[in-house]
Design a protein around this ligand. Structure first.
Ligand SMILES: *Cc1c(COP(=O)(O)O)cnc(C)c1O
Length: 431
């Protein structure tokens, strides 16, 4: 029964564009209507009709400790008694900045904002202000929020200028964004050669979660670091997804490659709307009021959000065993899925880094957006719906990663593997 969800979606469509406040929630890529959630605890979501789901989205990453975890809940409750916002500096902001800097290796100074989108928009502005150059290089299939500069597709060939990906993004903005294929250093070199002395920043997801999970190939991240050093370009790791997830210091710690600027979001707010950008002192001191690059926020560093984020990060900082636990549990599920595929004589690609993983319905390796797009999307839609019927809530798009939380147990991982087998059976009518 999903009657209440259906009714709410009807009402929502009358008053909210597409019935949702963020497009992927609408289930358009998989068919069917979105499910409206009422509550969540640990590994489970509960919808408006009281159905239970085992959650592999975890609010798109933030709920790495499971839903409604007690330490974050308590921190928010404690903070609530002191009013919700002051518009003046607070102790929590200092403590939060100190904690972030102690955890993320390349960050020496940090500015809090309210979303990942704000973090990436601001980081690019700072990189431009710092270098005095206008253009940025981004990678096809990487998502950096909905800032105009990022909603740009590749033109024809690596050396051409970008084209707007969305109405409302001007050609003028598109001119300053160069889009190249992920994991392709050669394409970056060609783009740099064609735009000599004009590139302020290279921005990327050091591990991509936004075309499904795609890891960097060996040498890609160090190669970008070298190119940026040679050309005086600011290297920005967008760790909105990977920060505090792949290691307490994010992908930069895992791969031991240091960016100049890092953008953070998702986990950093413990489920409340928080983002941050930070990096080398010299660059961050360009930000107002220390420097001339303007960036501000009425609710930035909000005390309730800081309390949640601080509790979340403190837990991760003090419990390093979280990461091997998540890695092992995710590896177990991936192994189980691989055995399922072998048993059914199927050959699909599974990518995993730490507690992020994706199955692509193609037998070819997935290393960039073109190869990700080889996945059979109709099959993915059937797979998604079969899992949903079994009470497993996956991301409703092939081009999203799944996230594991510490609320997931060995037994629940077995349940996931069994559901995966049943879903693969069903979509191939092998049952
Ligand atoms: C989610 C995400 C963003 C955007 O963050 P919002 O909080 O949704 O604005 C930016 N970059 C990456 C890598 C993300 O995964």
């Amino acid at each position: 029964m999903i009657q209440n969800s259906q009714d709410l979606f009807k009402r929502a469509q009358r008053v909210i564009p597409g019935g949702v406040n963020s497009p992927v929630r609408a289930f358009r890529a998989v068919g069917g209507n979105p499910i409206f959630m009422a509550s969540a605890k640990g590994p489970y979501l509960y919808d408006e009709d009281n159905n239970q789901y085992l959650d592999f989205i975890n609010s798109w990453g933030p709920m790495i400790l499971g839903h409604a975890c007690e330490n974050v809940e308590k921190a928010v409750q404690d903070a609530l008694g002191n009013s919700f916002s002051f518009g003046a500096p607070t102790r929590r902001e200092v403590e939060m900045a100190e904690l972030i800097i102690s955890m993320v290796p390349s960050v020496e100074k940090v500015r809090m904002v309210n979303s990942g989108t704000e973090a990436t928009m601001s980081a690019v502005r700072v990189a431009r202000g710092y270098t005095g150059k206008d253009k940025i290089i981004k990678f096809e299939g990487c998502y950096h929020g909905h800032g105009d500069s990022f909603l740009i597709s590749a033109g024809s060939g690596a050396i051409t200028l970008g084209v707007p990906d969305s109405p409302g993004v001007t050609k003028g903005v598109a001119q300053d964004t160069i889009t190249v294929p992920y994991n392709n250093l050669e394409a970056v070199k060609i783009a740099l050669e064609a735009n000599k002395g004009q590139v302020a920043a290279i921005i990327l997801e050091p591990v991509v979660g936004n075309m499904g999970l795609v890891p960097p190939v060996r040498g890609f991240l160090p190669g970008l670091r070298d190119l940026c050093d040679q050309e005086g370009i600011v290297l920005i790791f967008d760790e909105v997804m990977t920060g505090f997830r792949l290691a307490k210091g994010g992908a930069q710690e895992l791969y031991n490659v240091m960016p100049d600027l890092t953008t953070l979001g998702k986990i950093i707010g413990g489920g409340l709307p928080v983002g941050a950008y930070g990096g080398r002192k010299e660059i961050m001191d360009c930000v107002a009021p220390a420097g001339p690059v303007y960036q501000a926020g009425t609710l930035s560093g909000n005390p309730i959000a800081m309390a949640a984020g601080y509790a979340m990060l403190t837990y991760l900082n003090e419990h390093p065993e979280v990461y091997p636990y998540l890695d092992n549990l995710t590896s177990k599920m991936v192994e189980g899925m691989r055995e399922n595929l072998t048993q059914l004589n199927l050959d699909y690609t599974i990518n995993q880094v730490g507690s992020m993983f994706s199955i692509f319905f193609t037998s070819d390796p997935v290393t960039d957006f073109d190869s990700a797009k080889q996945s059979d999307l109709a099959l993915f839609g059937q797979y998604f719906n079969s899992m949903l019927r079994q009470g497993i809530y996956l991301a409703p798009s092939q081009f999203e990663t799944l996230f594991v939380s510490i609320a997931l147990t060995d037994k629940l991982a077995d349940q996931y593997i069994a559901a995966n087998l049943a879903a693969l059976h069903e979509i191939h009518q092998l049952a």
